[in-house]
Ligand binder design. Structure first.
Ligand code: ACO
Length: 330
């Protein structure tokens, strides 16, 4: 059977580090509060770079590690919540940045689940024989849409900027993506959103809209937390069942790095030992939306925590709400 597997991963975060102490100077918060509630110590923010700048660096590393050039890519899948332009999307922009005009590209706006959705599209493209080499890029610049005043402190402290890219290829071997399950539920759209520009308004952008704070990310943290700790374990179980894999066979769970308390609650509910089986690097990067899973996989690989043949589970939950999980044999 023709399967899709991840051949290489690249990542990039902008050099500017913003510590919790730095945030203390901007709003009424404390290093202690942020560490205790989220596990985050610092995050990276852009300082003049745009979404495709980060994406390009991550993509170049992934291509180099795969021993490929951009010309070898048959299709781009691009996930972001904030492209360089509101329209067109970042996918076509990446054909320009990579110097491969004419290459098909599709955009995904599935927030923290963008990597899972991108993986599901790549899997379908590769298994059907439609395409061979796919470049899945996740690139997120959230810092430009956060409210760094005290009014926005519950949300602004959580997010960081970053990008990752993976090259997916076909294989006939018993490896690669064994299952993917994805879900969405728009009933909770307003619990985590970036309201504007919006077609609810005409014109869809104005000084008045910006004055209302509609150009910034807003969140109902308690609702997100409550749903995340239920949906993560559920969807992981679904993906394991779909792959016919037992929990005991799993070498590593790489969840979306939403916040450490969510990750801890998920590990508890799945009866997994957090430090042995569930990967976390949120202390360094905060929540990098759809880039967080491939960034965490990149680091888990570099640390030798994922090796050829290992069963790895990736899982996400985020705005929409959207959630998903995949079982991958490395
Ligand atoms: N610094 C200091 N105090 C703060 C901050 C801050 N950054 N943010 C909120 N507070 C205050 C609140 O104003 C409140 O003060 P009050 O008691 O005087 O009213 C107090 O801290 C407690 O607020 P709560 O909302 O009860 O805090 P809670 O324990 O729920 O933690 C948090 C808030 C961290 C946002 C939590 O709800 C959470 O983790 N939610 C999940 C959100 C998340 O992970 N989002 C990521 C994006 S979605 C995803 O990736 C899955």
């Amino acid at each position: 059977m023709r399967r899709a597997y991840i051949d290489s991963i690249g990542m990039y975060v902008p050099p500017k580090i913003v510590t919790n102490k730095d945030l203390e100077a901007m709003m009424d918060t404390s290093d202690e509060w942020i560490r205790e509630r989220s596990g985050i110590h610092e995050r990276h923010h852009v300082d003049g770079e745009c979404t495709t700048d980060l994406a390009l660096k991550a993509a170049e590393e992934a291509l180099e590690k795969a021993g490929m050039t951009a010309e070898d890519i048959d299709h781009i899948i691009f996930s972001t919540m904030a492209s360089d332009y509101f329209a067109p999307g970042g996918g076509p922009m990446m054909t320009r940045r990579l110097g491969i005009p004419g290459t098909p590209a599709v955009d995904i706006r599935m927030a923290c689940s963008g990597f899972l959705y991108g993986l599901s599209i790549a899997k379908a493209f590769i298994e059907s024989g439609a395409y061979d080499n796919i470049l899945l890029i996740t690139s997120e610049v959230q810092s430009v849409a956060l409210d760094f005043s005290t009014a926005g402190r519950d949300t602004a402290v959580l997010f960081g900027d970053g990008a990752a890219a993976v090259v997916l290829k076909p294989t006939d071997e018993q490896r690669g993506i064994q299952s993917i399950v994805t879900h969405s539920d728009g009933r909770y759209a307003e619990d985590l959103m970036l309201r504007s520009p919006s077609t609810l308004d005409n014109p869809f952008q104005s000084h008045e809209i910006l004055d209302k704070g509609h150009g910034k990310v807003t969140m109902n943290g308690r609702s997100v937390f409550k749903h995340a700790i239920t949906k993560f374990p559920q969807v992981i179980k679904e993906a394991l069942e779909a792959a016919g894999v037992e929990k005991s066979e799993v070498k590593l769970v790489v969840p979306h790095q939403a916040n450490l308390r969510i990750t801890e609650a998920v590990a508890n509910r799945l009866d997994l030992e957090l430090h042995k089986v569930v990967y976390s690097n949120i202390h360094k990067y905060g929540n990098t939306t759809s880039a967080s899973i491939p960034i965490a996989m990149y680091e888990a690989l570099a640390e030798g925590r994922i090796n050829r043949g290992d069963i790895v589970v990736v899982a996400s939950f985020g705005a929409g709400f959207t959630w998903g999980a995949s079982v991958i044999q490395w």
